[in-house]
Design a protein around this ligand. Structure first.
Ligand code: HEM
Length: 445
């Protein structure tokens, strides 16, 4: 029998103390890891599959790492769809998020907006855009503000916009072609979209003023102040029934919502057409026919745009494939069940527009750029680049017309070469854009 002195016993216990601590630590880490990487399932068929990851942290690092990669943040969703299926849940920034490309879910959320679901991140959006932005207000105020804001987007206002934008674009493209230098399509489209929106909403065309607003828009809080100073006296200000805060919050919303989305879609259009010469040739043929019927140097009209049947399908296909807004996040206001899946109050449900647009059961051969697919009518909610319901994009017509005018001037006046074929996406961007900005060089036809 082993007999130990008091000192020897104390030494052994102290030695074991470290080992016990190490063992407890290992068990703890193993427990957390197993929880983090375990697929959450209680066997209930209403349970949405997925991994919630570490408590609070969840899969935030994986999400950030995807957003910071050349594949972009949708890669996070793409991978989990492969692992878990059509519906999955995850935890990001401490909140539970459900992602689904289900058209049934899109239909339910769009139809029950404000009642059963609401636009998510209202608070953080209010910090950026202002509390009275269309994106943050209550249902009642939303209806009123939206009604008033729809005036500059009426067909009458847009028909003036078409002529102005066409003139602006034609002049700038001509200048670039003469210079013969490569330019980033993304930067070019961003600048011209910004200038056009400011002109339409505030009648601001003076370069130094535009430059100032651009700086201010980049620095959001300053923008609110400067826009408020500029509005009185402009065409848009007259007769408007919104208070000063509503005006500045919503002008900022319109500029931010319209500029980067339209510019990114235009950039993708140039890239897709470069890679699909057949579609480009067919588009050019249609656009040249329209151009040749007009007096030389005349601007496009709404009527001309209405005659661009193939061009309109090209715009639709660009929007389907580019998925400028990858998904639409909504927060659940009450426990709900959609397609048998249980969604708890407080969870975020993301309508995965990209997943809907790439679903082969809804769009045949979805990764192929094929504008003619729109010869056939689309199934309800299978094509949602502008959302649907109460919050359908307010700038939907303006965006479509802008891209169409771009396509007309590019294909009827020029051929272009993409100078950098790198497909890497811009890192940390919530809108998918090429890191290169898609540099092109124009040659007159
Ligand atoms: C290609 C360009 C564009 C795309 C793909 C796009 C897409 C969208 C989508 C999907 C929504 C709804 C999001 C949701 O339900 O959560 C939306 C809302 C909105 N968009 Fe656009 N948009 C574009 C251009 C524009 C332009 C040019 C403007 C204005 C100048 C604009 C102004 C707005 C506004 C104000 C809302 C909020 C509407 C509301 O809450 O009632 N968008 N957009």
């Amino acid at each position: 029998m082993l007999i130990l002195s008091k000192e020897e016993l104390l030494f052994l216990v102290q030695d074991y103390y470290g080992m016990i601590l190490a063992a407890v630590f290992c068990v703890g880490v193993t427990f957390l890891l197993s929880k983090a990487f375990k697929r959450v399932s209680t066997g209930d068929p209403g349970d949405i599959p997925g991994r919630l990851g570490f408590p609070l942290l969840g899969e935030t690092f994986s999400f950030l790492s995807a957003a910071n990669s050349a594949k972009g943040c949708y890669d996070f969703v793409r991978l989990r769809r492969i692992w878990h299926g059509k519906w999955f849940k995850t935890r990001i920034f401490g909140e539970i998020h459900v992602f689904t490309p289900s058209v049934e879910c899109a239909k339910t959320i769009f139809a029950n907006d404000f009642v059963q679901f609401n636009k998510s991140f209202v608070k953080s959006m209010a910090d950026v855009f202002g509390e009275k932005s269309l994106l943050c207000v209550t249902q009642e105020n939303h209806k009123r503000i939206r009604h008033i804001l729809s005036d500059p987007f009426s067909m009458n206002a847009l028909s003036k916009f078409v002529e102005k934008f066409d003139k602006m674009l034609s002049e700038r493209l001509k200048k670039l072609e003469k210079q013969g230098k490569s330019f980033a399509m993304l930067d070019f489209a961003t600048k011209i979209a910004f200038d056009a929106i400011c002109d339409m909403l505030m009648s601001v065309t003076e370069p130094s003023l535009l430059q100032q607003i651009q700086r201010d828009v980049d620095d959001v809080s300053d923008a609110m102040l400067s826009l408020a100073v500029m509005i009185p006296g402009t065409r848009y200000y007259k007769g408007i029934q919104l208070d000063d805060t509503e005006i500045k919050d919503n002008l900022l919303t319109l500029i931010l919502a319209g500029e980067s989305t339209t510019a990114a879609a235009t950039m993708w259009g140039v890239k897709f057409l470069d890679e699909n010469k057949e579609a480009q040739d067919r588009l050019r043929e249609e656009q040249l026919l329209i151009l040749r019927k007009k007096p030389e140097g005349a601007s496009l009209t709404l009527e001309d745009l209405n005659n661009m049947s193939y061009g309109s399908k090209v715009v639709k296909e660009i929007l389907r494939m580019s998925n400028v807004l990858l998904w639409f996040p909504y927060v659940t206001l009450n426990d709900s069940t959609i397609e048998g899946f249980k969604i708890k109050k407080g969870w975020y449900v993301n309508i995965d527009a990209t997943g809907i647009h790439y679903d082969p059961t809804l769009h045949k051969d979805p990764m192929k750029f094929n504008p003619s697919r729109f010869d056939e009518p689309q199934k309800p909610y299978s094509y949602v680049p502008f959302g649907a319901g109460h919050r359908t994009c307010l700038g939907i017509n303006m965006a479509k017309l802008t891209i169409l005018i771009f396509l007309h001037r590019l294909t009827s006046g020029y051929k272009w070469r993409v100078d950098d074929p790198d497909p890497s996406l811009e890192r940390k961007a919530h809108i998918p854009r090429l890191r290169s900005g898609c540099p092109i060089t124009l040659t007159a036809l």
